[in-house]
Structure formats: structure tokens, C-alpha cells
Design a protein around this ligand. Structure first.
Ligand code: PMV
Length: 286
């Protein structure tokens, strides 16, 4: 069986989503493909490594690893779908993938595996350990850039742990940042759903600045984001970020598509892209 699952980008709400605040994420056209040579056993799915072994699986992927684009979630989703043998029950796949994903970064909201499972654009909120609410939205024709600032020194798990520590030390400040981020998520979703997305730029920048205040953006990436904003782009890190050097993927948006060419002057690679409607998919059966 060949199963493929997409990368994801978080448009708003990362980190806050772990604490029950809403977030907005979409699937990208980058995909991971799992080629399994054996039928799954009738046992429970317990870990990524044992599943890969049981399925005698090979993995191919165009998703950069550890950079905030959901490579580990795509792997968990592809495994969960191969274990099910079908993509009919996507809620079950997303839930099983979420369980597997906790192996990679401990506490996880489930937004990455859910987006990779369903594809498209999702409004997502974890209500309880057993209940997550997601609402699929029409994907807009939004063209945006994903700028690669390098693999962070810290893993997603490290960054999630760092934020948890900050919240213990500075509860009021961190909760206020999360509330502000929620406000941005609402503005961003409305901007995407309205025929005139002009308020998108301000809300993306604001969400980006709150993440910087949270401490999940490295000094060099902070300067890069400040420069981009001066040059008329809106931008924010996407995903867990990084504190020391490199903060993974950065979401960059301007309605003036001609302007993206300016990104060529930066010492980073970037891709101009749109959201993809395609979630997990079974490509072929033998
Ligand atoms: O795995 P990443 O870097 O895409 O981060 C996912 C978003 C977090 O909010 C940091 C973690 C989570 O599970 O929601």
C-alpha cells in the first residue's frame, strides 16, 4: 500500500493552541509518502518505529524535517492510515496519529496531524484530551511565501516545554499573550473569509510579534522579520519556532505578488505557494 500525507503551515495560534486557544492551519502541497510492504497486524498501533517495522515500510518525503512544517505529523498520519487500510474514517486516523505524535514532542495539541489528515484550511481547538473541534474552511486563493530560516537547534518538544516553563514563571503575561494571539486568529480567519483580506497583514504581524514576545523566535530571525515588515511584507514564524539560531519556517504574505521577488536578496531559500485541499490519501493498493 502507498499512502501519502501533506505538510502543514500554521497561519495563527501555535503554542496557544496547546492551552485550548483556537488556531488556523492549512495543508501544503509538500508530501510524505509511505510505502508499506506488509499488512498491518491486528494489534494496536503503539509507536512509530514499531509500526514502520511491522509494515516493512519505506518513507519518502519532500517535507523538510524539524522546521515547523509538520513532517513528523505527516509520518504519523500516513502510518495511522496504512494501519486502518483506508482513509474513510479520518477522525480515527487523526486521533491515532495524534497519539503517535506525542512520541515526538510530548504534549501536542493535535493540530498538525489533524491538518495533515483532512487537508485544506482548518480552524482548530482542543477542548479536552478526548475532544478536539475542527472546522474546515474554504481555501482562499492566498499566495504566500514559506521562508526557510534553518532547522532550529531546539526540537518542537523543547519549545513546547520552554513555553510551559514560561507559563509557570510568568502566568499572567503568557496568558495575556495567548488571549492576544486568539484575537489575531479571529482577525486572520475573518480576513481570509471576507472578499477584502486587507486586514490580514496587520493581524499576521501582530501574531508574529506576540510569538517573539513569548520567546520562541531567535535573535537573528527577529531581525529578519523586522526587516521584512519594513520592506512591506507581513510575516510570522510558523510552528514551534526556535530560540538560539534558526526558527524554522516563516510565513510571509503580501497582496502584491510582484514583491515576493525581493526575497531573492535574502540568504535563505523560500517557496511561493498556496494551500492544498488534499489530506491523507491512499495512492495505490497491490
Ligand atoms: O511541530 P511544529 O513545529 O509544527 O509545531 C506545532 C505547533 C505547536 O503549537 C508548537 C505544538 C502543537 O502540538 O500544537
Amino acid at each position: 500500500m502507498i499512502v501519502s500525507a501533506p505538510a502543514k503551515i500554521i497561519l495563527s495560534g501555535e503554542h496557544a493552541v496547546i492551552y485550548g486557544y483556537p488556531a488556523l492551519a492549512g495543508a501544503l502541497s509538500l508530501r510524505l509518502t509511505l510505502l508499506s510492504n506488509k499488512k498491518p497486524p491486528e494489534t494496536e498501533l503503539t509507536s512509530v518505529s514499531s509500526a514502520l517495522q511491522s509494515l516493512q515500510a519505506k518513507v519518502e518525503s519532500t517535507i523538510p524535517r524539524g522546521c515547523g512544517l509538520g513532517s513528523s505529523a505527516a509520518l504519523s498520519v500516513a502510518i495511522a492510515a496504512a494501519w486502518q487500510g483506508s482513509t474513510k474514517n479520518r477522525d480515527v486516523i487523526a486521533h491515532k496519529a495524534w497519539k503517535l505524535e506525542q512520541e515526538f514532542h510530548g504534549k501536542s495539541s493535535g493540530i498538525d496531524p489533524t491538518t495533515s489528515t483532512f487537508g485544506g484550511l482548518l480552524w482548530y481547538r482542543r477542548e479536552t484530551p478526548h475532544l478536539a473541534i475542527k472546522h474546515s474552511l474554504p481555501i482562499s486563493e492566498l499566495h504566500f511565501a514559506v521562508l526557510h530560516t534553518g532547522k532550529p537547534a531546539e526540537s518542537t518538544g523543547d519549545m513546547v516545554h520552554f513555553v510551559a516553563e514560561q507559563r509557570i514563571l510568568h502566568r499572567n503575561k503568557v496568558d495575556e499573550l495567548f488571549q492576544n494571539i486568539e484575537h489575531c486568529s479571529r482577525q486572520i480567519v475573518d480576513a481570509l473569509l471576507s472578499p477584502d483580506p486587507s486586514s490580514l497583514m496587520a493581524a499576521v504581524n501582530e501574531n508574529g510579534q506576540y510569538l517573539e514576545e513569548l520567546g520562541v523566535v531567535s535573535p537573528s530571525v527577529k531581525s529578519l522579520l523586522a526587516q521584512l515588515r519594513k520592506d512591506g511584507f507581513s510575516c510570522k514564524i510558523s510552528g514551534a519556532g526556535g530560540k538560539t539560531h534558526g526558527s524554522g519556517a516563516v510565513f510571509v504574505y503580501t497582496p502584491d505578488t510582484q514583491r515576493y521577488k525581493q526575497l531573492n536578496t535574502l540568504p535563505y531559500t523560500w517557496d511561493l505557494t498556496t494551500l492544498s485541499p488534499q489530506g491523507v490519501q491512499i495512492e495505490e493498493r497491490e
